[in-house]
Design a protein around this ligand. Structure first.
Ligand SMILES: C[S@@+](CC[C@H](N)C(=O)[O-])C[C@H]1O[C@@H](n2cnc3c(N)ncnc32)[C@H](O)[C@@H]1O
Length: 207
């Protein structure tokens, strides 16, 4: 996003110092607007205070993170995100979600193991497919995943007041969902127009 909108100001938040340092390193030398790296834990509602001075935001994105929170806290976090957004601002959550049935979960697990095996083959590692599958099924962080179905999560954010709520993209247990904070004037497409603006051949942007 910063590559596409280098003038944008951004806040990066994580509770891991090493992730913040990695982000800092990655951003070094990149031409950009002001950036803020914040070490905070969103399990505690006080995290909002750590970014409040930069609010309201046109866009808030989260990647594969909120699924570690219990469902009641996920809902609160989505409400806190809503409070930090500008009118017309958008929330996008790329997330690991629960399958609707054991069938979906089995298909996802198989799909993921196949992808891991392909990755390991390309890397030239000596692990067998059985070893790779075993490590995946018995990974230690599995218990930390508290997955909720994407339709339930879309329902929660609709109740909070987001409009245009949808699961925009999904591959089995990986989903991109979110919504827009309605703008005061009634139009909900402020940030979406910016995100989809494609430079026209005459240099002007069109939505
Ligand atoms: C799977 S990684 C994803 C990293 C990155 N968002 C991405 O999509 O590539 C999950 C990240 O969420 C962070 N995280 C997990 N729980 C958190 C919490 N309660 N508060 C802040 N960050 C958290 C972890 O430190 C980790 O960096």
């Amino acid at each position: 996003m910063l590559a596409q909108y280098p003038e944008a100001s951004a806040v990066f938040l994580d509770f891991s110092e090493s992730m913040i340092s990695a982000a800092k390193k990655k951003l070094r030398g990149v031409e950009r607007g002001p950036l803020f790296l914040v070490c905070a834990n969103y399990a505690d509602p006080a995290w909002v205070r750590s970014v409040h001075s930069q609010a309201p935001f046109d866009l808030i994105v989260s990647g594969f993170s909120i699924h570690h929170q219990p469902d009641h806290r996920k809902r609160q976090i989505y409400a806190e995100v809503f409070s930090l957004l500008a009118s017309g601002g958008m929330f996008l959550n790329l997330e690991h979600v629960a399958s609707a049935s054991p069938f979906g979960q089995e298909v996802f697990d198989q799909y993921f193991v196949d992808a891991l095996c392909t990755f390991h083959r390309k890397q030239g590692t000596k692990k067998t497919d059985e070893q790779i599958a075993g490590e995946y099924y018995h990974r230690p962080d599995k218990a930390a995943n508290i997955l909720a179905p994407v339709d339930a999560q879309c329902g929660w954010i609709r109740e909070i007041g987001f409009s245009d709520v949808d699961c925009y993209f999904k591959i089995f247990e990986l989903a991109l969902f979110g919504g827009i904070k309605p703008s005061d004037g009634g139009s909900t497409y402020g940030v979406w127009k910016v995100l989809t603006a494609v430079p026209a051949s005459d240099g002007r942007a069109h939505g």
